[in-house]
Design a protein around this ligand. Structure first.
Ligand SMILES: Cc1cc2nc3c(=O)[nH]c(=O)nc-3n(C[C@H](O)[C@H](O)[C@H](O)COP(=O)(O)OP(=O)(O)OC[C@H]3O[C@@H](n4cnc5c(N)ncnc54)[C@H](O)[C@@H]3O)c2cc1C
Length: 381
């Protein structure tokens, strides 16, 4: 039986493990902390890029494949784990996108996605929680009812349970320190708990991926981009849609809690939160849904997104070391694009027909380190 090691038990590592174990591969995941406790736990769980028209085709192709396969996968994981990842098709209402309306409209038309212009009573019907007192009579929003969400902490818990039932070994508190190789062949991974050997290794280390590679290999640019979030302990129906305005979004959860996010901060590997951001996020929440003033903020947290130059993840074999594969750099969209990226990588590992053209995601010379390149935040803000 083929033996594979995956470094990192975030959504990317765990979805990859699931596909591999189901194909009969023996899988061990090495996780430096605890499974599903980093970015994949911290995120908003919107199954769409925030402003999808701002992204390149390679991101769109992964996102669309994921969007059409999530519901089925989540149902399976719910059945086996008994944990509901709370997949809800809440739809997404865009406000304040007049400046890019033409581009947004064309994009939705091209991709056959709903994009309804809503104002007056229809806007109220779509989202009654908005601040109508400050809107002019012709205030317009744009609604796309096909967008869904999941609740991250539940998804990662469900995935972990599912994997354990499927026979995947998850070595927690085990940090990969370096690669064990002979010539240009990878043989395994050296960790703080000893050596692990395998036929192939997948690095799915999220924001930490480059740190491991750069010790001895050419490295794609992946850097942590901190996102701070808050959650209000509100009641059901205070807000019913995901609402996105000026780069800030509210996400209504099934039990009435409302998540508000998020910041984009270059912060190295620091996950501290600040009172200034707490206040700023609260004000943004009140601006979008005034009723939230009446509910307490239950929690504030931060996660580290695996930022890549253009949001296009690196998927494929490392050109310098045979049998080392990477799946990292999903930036703001690891949930929505992660499912397809894992399937694409597994296609390569198992010699299968790829679900989409894998070429744009390869780690070729152009995409390996050029430190002068900056992470582009323009599509993300
Ligand atoms: C605030 C916020 C909001 C977001 N909202 C959304 C959203 O609405 N929709 C969406 O699609 N995406 C969203 N994202 C992005 C998404 O969460 C990430 O892109 C995704 O979680 C990345 O998954 P990952 O598995 O690569 O990384 P992670 O979840 O960070 O997992 C990587 C794992 O690798 C482990 N690891 C790293 N190095 C080592 C090592 N040397 N040895 C052992 N283990 C190691 C880490 O401990 C970690 O557990 C959001 C992110 C944040 C922070």
């Amino acid at each position: 039986m083929n033996k594979m090691i995956i470094i990192g038990a975030g959504i990317i590592g765990m979805l990859t493990a699931r596909l591999l174990v189901k194909a009969g591969v023996s899988v061990t995941i090495i996780e430096q902390g605890y499974a599903g406790k980093e970015s994949s736990w911290a995120g908003g769980g919107i199954i769409s890029p925030l402003y999808p028209w701002r992204y390149s085709d390679p991101v769109t192709r992964l996102a669309q494949w994921g969007q059409s396969h999530y519901a089925e996968l989540l149902e399976q994981i719910y059945q086996t784990s008994g944990i509901d990842p709370e997949y809800i098709q809440s739809g997404l209402l865009y406000l304040d996108i007049e400046d890019e309306l033409e581009h947004a409209t064309l994009w939705h038309k091209k991709h056959h996605r709903p994009f309804e212009s809503v104002s007056g009573d229809r806007l109220k019907e779509i989202e009654s929680g908005l601040d109508f007192s400050t809107f002019s009579e012709n205030k317009t929003g744009w609604f796309t009812d096909s967008i869904a969400q999941i609740r991250n902490p539940r998804l990662v818990r469900a995935l972990r349970e599912d994997l354990l039932k499927l026979g995947v070994t998850i070595e927690q508190q085990t940090q990969a320190l370096s690669f064990l190789s002979e010539g240009d062949q990878l043989k395994g991974v050296l960790t703080n708990k000893g050596s692990f050997y395998a036929d192939q290794v997948v690095l799915a280390g999220g924001a930490w991926s480059a740190r491991l590679l750069e010790q001895c290999l050419k490295t794609p640019k992946i850097a942590p981009v901190k996102g701070q979030m808050i959650v209000f302990k509100a009641k059901p129906d205070v807000v019913s849609r995901i609402v996105l305005s000026k780069g800030r979004y509210v996400i209504p959860r099934k039990d009435g809690r409302v998540v508000l996010g998020s910041t984009l901060e270059f912060s190295e590997f620091d996950k501290t939160t600040s009172d200034t951001v707490l206040e700023e996020l609260k004000q943004e929440a009140y601006r979008i849904i005034p009723e939230l003033r009446h509910y307490p903020v239950e929690k504030q947290w931060a996660g580290l997104r695996p930022g890549s130059i253009d949001g296009v993840p690196y998927i494929g074999e490392h050109p310098q070391l045979k049998n080392l594969y990477i799946n990292a750099g999903h930036f703001r969209n690891g949930v929505v694009i992660g499912l397809a990226s894992c399937q694409l990588l597994v296609n390569q590992l198992l010699g299968q027909e790829p679900i989409i053209d894998p070429e744009p995601y390869y780690l070729n010379e152009q995409r390996l380190v050029d430190d002068t390149q900056e992470i582009d935040l323009s599509m993300a803000i």
